[in-house]
Design a protein around this ligand. Structure first.
Ligand code: COA
Ligand code: AMP
Length: 644
C-alpha cells in the first residue's frame, strides 16, 4: 500500500506528510505509487516535460488497463471474489459477477470486437444503460487497446451524432433501451437517427436486445449482441490483453463546453491507473475485497472512474445500480443496498441526498437496514450545500465527505483524505488539495489573491497523472480553453476562495456551464437550440436555483416582430425542442417570453443579473446597463411563474 497507511498521530498529519513528500519530489512520488500497478514495461522515467501540451506521464512504460482490473486479480487468487454486483430495481434483477466470470465475459467480448475488425487505437462508441454489458464493453475495449467513448443515455440523437462525428467509431455498442422509472427509453430509434444525421457511418452496431423493448435490426449494419457472444463462447474465442503505451488513450469522454459542440476529454492508460489507485488508498480508503457503491452512471466521469476502473484496479467489488435514490421503490433504496451488499463506501451527487431528504426528512426508511458496516459517504459533482451535508451526517453517523473534481481531471482534486486520516470538516468546503494538485486562487490579472478572497481557481502545471492529455482531435481548443488564460496554469473555470487554513471553497462556474442534478450542461448549447426556432429573435439561458437539482435552466426569449403564434405555444415548442435536440437530461422545462433582454451598452446580455433576479438575490445594477427598466420587466415575467 505504498507505505501511506501509518496511523497519523494528529489530525491531518498523514495528509501533510504525504502532500509534502509529493511537493518535494513529484516524480519520485508518482513512481512510488506506480509500483502498485502491474506494467508490461515498468516506467523508468516518471515524466516527460516536452511531450504534449504540458508534459506526459510514464512516457517509456507499457501496460494494459484491463489486465490490472481483472486478469491480475484472478491470477492472484481473487477469481472467486465478487467483482461486480448488478442491482436493478427497475427490472427486478440482481446478478453477481466474480472476477473470473467478469474476465470471461470481457475477454469474449474483446474477441467479438476484434472479429469485427476493431484494433488498437480504433474508437468504439458505447451508448448503453446501466447494465453489466456496459461494463463488459468498456473493459473489452481496454483489453484490446481500443478507445471507448461512452455516451450517457439521456442525450438525444443530435448529441449522439455530434459525438459519432467527432470520435469516428468503427463499432457502436448499444442496447435496445434504458429504463427510467416513468418510462422505457428506446435507444435504437435514437441511435438510428443519430447515424442518419452523422457524416461518419460506423461499420457495425452491436445491439443488446432487452426484453423491455425489442428493436428492429438494420439488415447489414446491426448485429445481435447475444448471438455474437454465444458464438464466440462456443468457439472458445477470447482476446488476450494488448500491450499499449502508458500514454495511449484509454477513452474519450465528451463533456459540455461553452458552445453546443462537446469537448472530447482524452484519458491515457498508465497515468489513469496510477491516480485511481492513489485515490482508492488515500481518499476513499476502500481496500481490496471491500465493496464500493458509486451511484452515478457509466456515461459520466464519476461512473468511469469509480463504478468501473478504480474499484476493479483496487481488487474491490463495485455495485452497478440501475435505479434512482428515490422512487425505486422508495427513499430507502440506498440503505437497502448498503445493508444487502455490505457496502463500505457510497459515492453520489448531493442532489441524490436532497431527493432522499425531501421524501423522507426524518430518515424513517433507515429502519430495518443494518448499516453497521458502512464507513463513509462521498459527495461530488456539484456544490454540496451545508444543510444537506449536516442532514446526512446526523442521519448516517459516518463521515460525509464533499470532494471536488471535473471530467477533465478524471479523479478528485480537493477532498478530505480519509485513507490518510481525515482532517476537521468545514461545511461548504471540500477540504484540501490532494497530493498531486497545486491549487491556487488568482485574480483576473493572474496574481494570487488573499485568503478568503474570491478568485479563479486554477491548477499549477503540470497536471498530475490521469488528468486530460488533450481534447480529441482538437489540441488548439485544449490550449485555448484551458491553458491560455493563466499561463502556467490549468483554468478550472470554477470560482471560489482558499481560506487561511488552506481549505478550498468552490462556489460556482465562471463560464456558462450549469450543474443540474449533478449533470454538467452548457447554457450556450441550449441557447443555440432556442435561437434555431423560427419565432425567436434572441434568447438567454441561465441556471436558476432549484431546491432539488441545485440549478435548473431557464430560457428567456424575445420573439421576432409579427410572430402570430401565442407565446405560450412557442414556449411549449421550445421546451420540446431542447428535449429533442439535447435530450431529457437537459431538464429544460422553463421558457419565458419577454419583450427585451437586459444588456450593457456594448450589447452584452446581463445573464448574471438575470440569474440573481430569478434567485431572489440582491444585485448591483451594472454601471454599463443600456436600459435599467428591462430588469423590472424580467422580474415581472419571473413573478408570473412564481419565481424571483
Ligand atoms: N436515459 C434516459 N433518460 C434519462 C436518463 C437516462 N440514463 N437519466 C435521466 N433521464 C431523464 C429523466 O427521466 C428525466 O426525464 P423527465 O424530464 O421525463 O422526467 C430527465 O432525464 C432529467 O433527469 P434528472 O435531472 O436526473 O431528474 P430526475 O427527476 O429523473 O432524477 C435525481 C433526479 C436527483 C433522482 C437524479 O438526478 C439522481 O439520482 N441524481 C444523483 C446521481 C447522479 O446522477 N449523479 C450524476 C453524476 S455524479
Ligand atoms: P463534471 O465535469 O460533470 O464532473 O462537472 C465538474 C464541475 O462540477 C466542476 O467544475 C464544478 O463546477 C462542479 N463540481 C463538482 N464537484 C463539486 C464540488 N464538490 N463542489 C462544488 N462544485 C463541484
Amino acid at each position: 500500500m505504498n507505505g501511506f497507511h501509518a496511523a497519523p498521530a494528529r489530525p491531518g498529519e498523514g495528509y501533510r506528510e504525504t502532500y509534502a513528500r509529493w511537493q518535494a519530489d513529484p516524480e519520485a512520488y508518482w513512481l512510488e505509487i506506480a509500483r502498485g500497478i502491474e506494467w508490461i514495461k515498468p516506467p523508468q522515467k516518471a515524466f516527460d516535460p516536452d511531450a504534449g501540451a504540458y508534459g506526459r506521464w510514464f512516457p517509456d512504460a507499457t501496460c494494459n488497463t484491463c489486465f490490472n482490473a481483472l486478469d491480475r486479480h484472478v491470477r492472484d487468487g481473487r477469481g472467486g471474489q465478487a467483482a461486480l454486483i448488478y442491482d436493478s430495481p427497475v427490472t427486478g434483477t440482481k446478478a453477481l459477477y466474480s472476477y473470473t466470470a467478469l474476465l470471461e465475459e470481457v475477454a469474449t467480448l474483446g474477441a467479438v470486437l476484434q472479429d469485427l475488425g476493431v484494433g488498437k487505437g480504433d474508437r468504439v462508441l458505447i451508448y448503453m444503460p446501466m447494465v453489466p454489458e456496459a461494463v463488459f464493453a468498456m473493459l473489452a475495449c481496454a483489453r484490446i487497446g481500443a478507445v471507448h467513448s461512452v455516451v450517457f443515455g439521456g442525450f438525444a440523437a443530435k448529441e449522439l451524432a455530434s459525438r459519432i462525428d467527432d470520435a469516428e467509431p468503427r463499432v457502436i455498442l448499444t442496447a435496445t433501451c434504458g429504463i427510467e422509472p416513468s418510462r422505457v427509453v428506446e435507444y435504437k430509434p435514437l441511435l438510428d437517427g443519430a447515424i442518419e444525421m452523422a457524416a461518419h457511418k460506423p461499420q457495425t452496431c452491436v445491439v443488446l436486445q432487452r426484453p423491455q423493448a425489442e428493436a428492429s435490426m438494420h439488415a447489414t449494419r446491426d448485429k445481435n449482441w447475444r448471438t455474437l457472444v454465444a458464438a464466440a463462447k462456443t468457439a472458445g474465442r477470447k482476446a488476450p490483453c494488448v500491450e499499449v503505451a502508458a500514454t495511449d488513450p484509454l477513452y474519450i469522454l465528451y463533456t459540455s463546453g461553452t458552445t453546443g459542440r462537446p469537448k472530447g476529454v482524452v484519458r491515457d492508460n498508465g497515468g489513469h491507473m496510477v491516480v485511481l489507485k492513489e485515490t482508492m488508498d488515500q481518499l476513499y480508503d476502500v481496500k481490496p475485497g471491500e465493496v464500493m457503491f458509486t451511484a452515478s452512471d457509466v456515461g459520466w466521469v464519476v461512473g468511469h472512474s469509480y463504478i468501473v476502473y478504480a474499484p476493479l484496479i483496487q481488487g474491490a467489488t463495485s455495485v452497478l445500480y440501475e435505479g434512482k435514490p428515490v422512487g425505486t421503490p422508495d427513499p430507502g433504496a440506498f440503505w437497502r443496498l448498503i445493508a444487502e451488499h455490505d457496502i463500505k463506501v457510497l459515492f453520489t451527487a448531493p442532489t441524490a441526498f436532497r431527493a432522499i431528504r425531501k421524501e423522507d426528512p426524518e430518515g424513517r426508511h433507515l429502519a430495518g437496514h443494518d448499516l453497521s458496516g458502512f464507513r463513509a459517504l462521498f459527495l461530488a459533482g456539484e456544490r454540496a450545500d451545508p444543510e444537506t451535508l449536516k442532514w446526512a451526517e446526523a442521519l448516517l453517523k459516518v463521515p460525509v465527505i464533499d470532494h471536488w473534481w471535473q471530467t477533465e481531471t478524471g479523479s478528485p482534486i480537493v477532498g478530505n483524505p480519509l485513507g490518510l486520516g481525515a482532517l476537521p470538516v468545514k461545511h461548504g468546503s471540500p477540504t484540501v488539495p490532494l497530493p498531486g494538485w497545486d491549487v491556487q486562487c488568482l485574480d483576473e490579472g493572474g496574481h494570487p489573491v488573499k485568503p478568503g478572497t474570491m478568485g479563479a481557481i486554477v491548477l499549477k502545471l503540470p497536471l498530475p497523472p490521469g488528468a486530460l492529455q488533450t481534447l480529441w482531435g482538437n489540441e488548439v481548443r485544449f490550449r485555448d480553453g484551458y491553458l491560455a488564460h493563466f499561463p502556467g496554469y490549468y483554468d478550472t473555470s470554477d470560482a471560489g476562495f482558499i481560506d487561511e487554513d488552506g481549505y478550498i471553497f468552490i462556489m460556482g462556474r465562471t463560464d456558462d456551464i450549469i450543474n443540474v442534478a449533478g449533470h454538467r450542461l452548457s447554457t450556450g448549447g441550449m441557447e443555440e437550440v432556442l435561437a434555431a426556432h423560427p419565432a425567436v429573435a434572441e434568447c438567454a439561458v441561465v441556471g436558476i436555483r432549484d431546491e432539488l437539482k441545485g440549478e435548473q435552466p431557464c430560457g428567456f426569449v424575445v420573439l421576432k416582430a409579427g410572430v402570430a403564434l401565442p407565446p405560450d405555444q412557442i414556449e411549449r415548442e421550445l421546451v420540446a425542442l431542447v428535449r429533442e435536440r439535447i435530450g431529457p437530461v437537459a431538464a429544460f422545462k422553463l421558457a419565458l417570453t419577454v419583450n427585451r433582454l437586459p444588456k450593457t451598452r456594448s450589447g452584452k446580455i446581463l445573464r448574471a443579473t438575470m440569474k440573481k433576479i430569478a434567485d431572489g438575490e440582491d444585485y448591483a445594477v451594472p454601471a454599463t446597463i443600456e436600459d435599467i427598466t428591462v430588469l423590472a420587466e424580467i422580474g415581472v415575467a419571473l413573478k408570473g411563474r412564481g419565481l424571483g
